[in-house]
Design a protein around this ligand. Structure first.
Ligand SMILES: Cc1cc2nc3c(=O)[nH]c(=O)nc-3n(C[C@H](O)[C@H](O)[C@H](O)COP(=O)(O)OP(=O)(O)OC[C@H]3O[C@@H](n4cnc5c(N)ncnc54)[C@H](O)[C@@H]3O)c2cc1C
Length: 292
């Protein structure tokens, strides 16, 4: 599947789920069940992350293979180039091509925490270099990351958008946006992209709140704003009431998705964090309301 083909005829919005490879045998067994529950929702596609520095290389490949060839799902394989040399890159991308992958999502990645990790001297500095590298050698449909609130290292939002435009000029055919808890960031981002001539589909990412600890940790890593609606809502919950917290996260994410769909997004991409319950409920509610 070349993902952009799904968005060509303005059909119903797509629904898709991001997964990452399990880090232990116990997590792998749980992931298997999660995948079956998500597959039962008949997503348009799923995506598989790739640990920077090649840290999940084998796990990512195995997961991509199993999702495609055992579960029969359409898959976008992510690839992060941080620290990797040209031979490492072609080894992974070649194996994805041979597996039948048609769509890649190309990111730079960040320095891995592995002690003693030394980047390859010929590693690529930015995602746009990776996109050029891929475009010159393969026939993949390539996607790039976009940041509605600006990338955390960006000199400015404007400069970040200018680099995003370059990623598209180098060959990115679609953008997946980082999550934000206030859709207005996404709507403004799309408007700014269109204003500078970025015309490719922009898919919003939605991150349900799974736990307060995880929410804070991820927001610190990527700079997502935790809105007053969230802070006030969480303040009313009892500490340690995981069930109510999860429902709070599901309600919020469902409202976000409904508004995004009503405003005409090409689809909804849910960051599952390898969990199924929130996605099952969100998609179920959106389908009941005729939005998906
Ligand atoms: C949907 C999504 C999925 C992701 N999946 C993964 C994954 O699977 N694995 C993983 O490791 N990470 C993943 N990430 C995280 C991503 O790797 C990090 O956010 C990383 O810090 C930046 O990646 P990028 O591709 O956006 O980088 P780039 O586009 O290279 O940008 C990185 C920074 O450099 C700046 N910049 C860009 N080009 C230039 C230039 N030519 N000169 C100077 N500055 C420049 C940008 O403004 C930005 O601040 C994902 C992010 C998103 C949004």
């Amino acid at each position: 599947m070349r993902v952009v083909d799904l968005w060509q005829d303005n059909q119903k919005p797509t629904i898709s789920f991001e997964l990452f490879p399990a880090r232990s045998e116990k997590a792998a067994a749980k992931l298997e069940q999660v995948i079956d529950e998500l597959a039962a929702l008949k997503p348009d596609f799923v995506s598989v992350t790739f640990g920077a520095g090649g840290s999940t290389q084998d796990g990512s490949r195995q997961l991509v293979d199993s999702l495609m060839n055992t579960k029969g799902l359409d898959v976008i394989a992510y690839f992060a180039c941080f620290g990797l040399g040209p031979d490492d890159i072609t080894a992974v991308l070649g194996s994805y091509r041979d597996m039948g992958i048609k769509t890649i999502f190309a990111v730079r990645g960040d320095a891995p925490e592995q002690e003693g990790f030394t980047p390859h001297p010929d590693s690529l500095p930015y995602a746009l270099d990776l996109i050029s590298f891929i475009k010159e050698r393969y026939d993949f449909c390539i996607g790039a990351a976009g940041y509605p609130e600006g990338h955390i290292e960006a000199e400015s939002k404007q400069q970040d958008l200018a680099y995003l435009k370059q990623k598209v000029e180098k060959g990115a055919e679609y953008i997946i946006a980082n999550y934000c808890y206030d859709n207005q960031y996404f709507f403004d981002f799309v408007e700014q992209c269109r204003a500078i001539g970025i015309a490719v589909p922009i898919l919003p990412g939605v991150m349900p709140i799974y736990s307060i600890k995880m929410m804070n940790m991820l927001a610190t890593l990527c700079g997502a704003t935790i809105t007053p609606e969230i802070t006030d809502g969480l303040a009313k919950l009892l500490p340690d009431d995981k069930e109510t917290l999860e429902q709070f996260g599901i309600d919020l994410a469902t409202r976000q998705c409904a508004e995004l769909i009503e405003k005409g997004v090409p689809g909804i991409h849910i960051y599952t964090m390898d969990r199924s319950r929130a996605s099952v409920e969100i998609v179920g509610r959106l389908r009941r309301d005729g939005l998906l």
